[in-house]
Each structure stands twice: as C-alpha cells, then as structure tokens.
Design a protein around this ligand. Sequence first.
Ligand code: BEZ
Length: 395
Amino acid sequence: MTTSNSIRRKIVIGAGAAAAASAFPTSLVRAQPAKIKLGLLLPATGTYAALGAAITNGFRLAIDQQGGKLGGREIEYVAVDSEANPAKGPENTNRLVQRDKVDVLIGPVHSGVAMGMAKIARETGTLLLVANAGAGAVTGPMCAPNIFRTSFTNWQPTYPLGKVMVERKQKTAVWISWKYAAGEEAGQGFREGFEKAGGKVVKELWVPFPGVEFQALLAEIASIKPDAVACFFAGGGAAKFIKDYAAAGLKGKIPLYGSGFLTDGVLGGVKDEAQGILTTLHYADALPFKRDEEFRRDYAVAYKLQPDVYAVQGYDTGLLLAQAMKAVKGEIGDMKGIIKAMEGATVDSPRGKWTMSKAHNPIQDIYLREVVGEQNKYLSVAAKQLADPARGCKM
Ligand code: BEZ
C-alpha cells in the first residue's frame, strides 16, 4: 500500500468512526483511558502482616479522599503477599512488572525485600514507592530517579536516640536486634549517635529474623548490667520482646529504649510491660497538629481502628502519588513529569510536613515518645528536619 493510500484509509476509518459515534450517546463510545495499575508488594502473613495491612489502609484512605482516582484516571490494585521473605522479592516484583504490567510498584515492609524490588525497578524503569523498608542502600548506592521512599531510612530514627539516652545519663548500652539489614543499620545509626554524644555500646546481640527466642540473650544482658538497652524489633516480634524483657525481670532495672517500631502498632497486645518505654520515630500519638487530628478521625471512621506509623506511611505514599499524577494530568507514561513533581513535593502529612531529599528520602522531624496507656505519647522533637546522609547515592 502507498503512503497516500494508507493515509486515505486512516481518514476513511476516522470518518466511519465519527459517523458511528454520532449514532450512539457519547458516553458509550468515548474511549476510556486505561486504568492505572498499582502493584502492592506487602506482607499479608507472618510477623509483619499487621504492618502491611496498615500501609494498605492508609494508602487507600488517601486515594479514596481523591475520589478514588489518580489524575482523573481509574485505578486497579494488584496485591501480592511478600511474606516478608527477601528470597521471594525479585520473583514477586518481576511478576508484578512483567505479568501484571503494573505502572507503579508500592512496598515493601522488609529491607531485604526492598533490595530485590529496587534492583528490578532500576532495571525496568518502573516507578517504585517504598512505603516502609528502611534499607539504606535503596536511597544510597542503589538510588535512582524512579525510586522514592515515603517512610525513613533505618539510620534516621536511631541516630537521634543515642543523644536522648546520653541526656538521660545512660553511659553504656547493649544493642539487641534481628540480624538483617534493618537491625544492623538501625544499630549503626544508634552507635553513631550514642558514641558521638559520649556513650559506649558495650555489646551487640543478634537474633535471626523472624525468630523470637530471646531468653538466653536477655540472661546475657542481665549479666552484663549495662546502664540501658536499645533495640530494633517490629510487629509481632516486638510485642514478644517487650513481654519477654519484663518476664526476665529486666523492666524497672535496665531501661529499654528503641526505634519507635518497638512499640508502634503493638500496644493493644502489651500493656503493663510496655509502660514508660522511650522511643524515637517520625510519628507519635497526640502530635499537636490539626492535620494529624483530621487524619486520625478519618482513619478511625474508615477502619474502626487507630492508625499507627505504618498507616501514616501508606497515607503519605497515596498523597505523594496523587500530587504527582495531578501534576501530569494522569499521564502515567510521563515519567519525567512525575519525577519532577515528586522531587519538588511537600507532603502535608499527619506526621508534619516533609520534603524529598536529593536521594529521594523524607527530610523529616524525629519525635521522642513515651508509652503511656495504649499511646506512644509525643514528648518532644528529638531531631528537627533530619536528612539521611545517603552515603553512596549518585544521581
Ligand atoms: C525493615 O525491614 O526495613 C523494617 C521492617 C519493619 C519496621 C521497620 C523497618
């Protein structure tokens, strides 16, 4: 077929379509733009299951508040259970990208899963929004224009904890955690902050993830007799650790501190054992913000639950995506426009307003909190507008 023929053919088809269109109500013939596909890779089972549910709830609330659309486009969710299993991270991410053809990847909770997701996001150019996992590498050596985090790095909550503890006259500390990236990096952040302020980490103790056999290590802590203990645990394992710490007779003798994941989302199941624990995190209960009050009210109405830090991170992921999709008028293919909008965004979060660092991680306040009743009660700002050092990120 000659070029002029093919042009004519197109014109004829166009004329036919126009004629057909005039015969039907426009609502029936107007082509619907494709739905935006969101691939959620979050834990639905295991020790982090509740964290995955809270992120999903928060995300959906933000989207529902936009009328259930992004940039005017309908949405389709594809959810896969990550099982918080790093070995399955690459396979699950590939499934979402190659088979389900999602436009955006959202997740995960576990730092090891995040490494697999980030690798595939880098290879395929798929937009990845990290809604929890704090793995430093994701916004460090693996940083990329299409990867954004809406949560924290593992370093961020524990670096200010060190100073808080020294101010409370704790000179020596034992660090205890699960042995994987989140616990190791949180431990490094803690050591950096604690020793810079004049403290000394006298011992590091490790438990394989997601194990909860703490007794032998708690006995070791009792024999070391440090001034204090600092830790990273989260979800179901954190609740068990708090109970075992008290059962071992350490509560009231050696003060327990942690990044706030220790006590966020777990206080319904541990009450007396958790009272008085001090933690640092980028969210707290009873923050003095109207924005937070509104969010907590809306979340409670929607889910009959109180939100926690994971719900806030999910919510902020939805806010950031909605803001960017509005900027590109729903053009999910306009990656340049989306990146520009996300890099320049100020997220009006329940945790307080935050912005993106050059490495695409939140620059945010870290709060000191104390467990009072079932709340992680806000006490003060432990670090103002803290940015992760983003070591190794070249963008
Ligand atoms: C992590 O693996 O990065 C992580 C998991 C739960 C809470 C915080 C961090």
